[in-house]
Design a protein around this ligand. Structure first.
Ligand code: CU
Ligand code: CU
Length: 243
């Protein structure tokens, strides 16, 4: 459901967001490849919205032409494909505004033969323009600035950490993910076995992929955007790796 909502984006700073189900990012949608996905979308917000999914589906399920007016609803129904890390966002115009206001989320499609067990996380990269000047004032992962600096993510060295990563930041042409103290496998879109072995990935808006980390050491390791400005404005956090 789309609704207008004040969300806290940094300590004591509230942002007039347009949300899916009351949060920015919206809920994670997860399916297995070829599952029939059915999403009933009700617009309880103040503007026309849609849900545009990335992936393979018919034109009338693409969330571009069938605009859902305030008070109306629409049902999206199609088989989920291809497997990988997909995403969804509103595609009403002006598109820039509808994304910057917070209408987006992660859409994970698992392969028919499931990936090996891992410690799984979703990270959606966000930016918030709180003063309306067309530039972001705060950056974050899954929402508020500095959240995972305040609450480090505890993981085990003995098990792979799998991150479903997507960049939905508006206004800035690129964002990135950089890990300290280790390297990881990065599968762009997660839709094939191809991967890059690196410690930094760059993503434009809408780019996403799957990261797999096998930590070699225990201790506290930072992860952050490799744009220093984004880091200082909230996009950084820590892993606490334990045995
Ligand atoms: Cu919208
Ligand atoms: Cu898109």
């Amino acid at each position: 459901m789309a609704e207008d909502r004040q969300v806290e984006v940094a300590k004591g700073v509230f942002f007039s967001a347009w949300t899916y189900n009351g949060t920015v990012p919206g809920p994670v949608i997860r399916a297995t490849e070829d599952d029939l996905l059915r999403v009933t979308f009700a617009n309880a917000g103040s503007h026309p919205h849609t849900i545009h999914f990335h992936g393979i589906h018919p034109s009338n399920m693409d969330g571009v032409f069938e605009t859902v007016e305030p008070g109306a609803s629409y049902t999206y129904e199609f088989p989920a494909r291809p497997y990988g890390m997909q995403l969804y966002h509103c595609h009403s115009t002006p598109l820039k505004k509808h994304i910057a206001k917070g209408l987006y989320g992660a859409f994970i499609i698992d392969p028919p033969k499931l990936r090996k067990p891992a410690q799984e996380l979703v990270m959606v990269l966000t930016g918030f323009d709180t003063d309306g000047d067309g530039e972001n004032n705060f950056y974050g992962v899954n929402g508020p600035a500095f959240y995972f600096a305040k609450y480090p993510i505890r993981v085990r060295r003995s098990q792979t950490v799998r991150i479903y990563l997507a960049n939905l930041t508006e206004f800035d042409p690129i964002n990135s993910f950089h890990l300290h103290g280790d390297f990881f496998r990065y599968y762009p879109t997660g839709s094939s076995d191809y991967f890059e072995y690196t410690d930094t990935v760059m993503l434009c808006q809408g780019q996403r992929g799957i990261i797999e980390i096998d930590f070699a050491n225990t201790g506290r390791f930072m992860f952050h955007a490799h744009q220093s400005e984004f880091t200082e404005l909230g996009w950084m956090g820590f892993f606490e790796v334990i045995d």
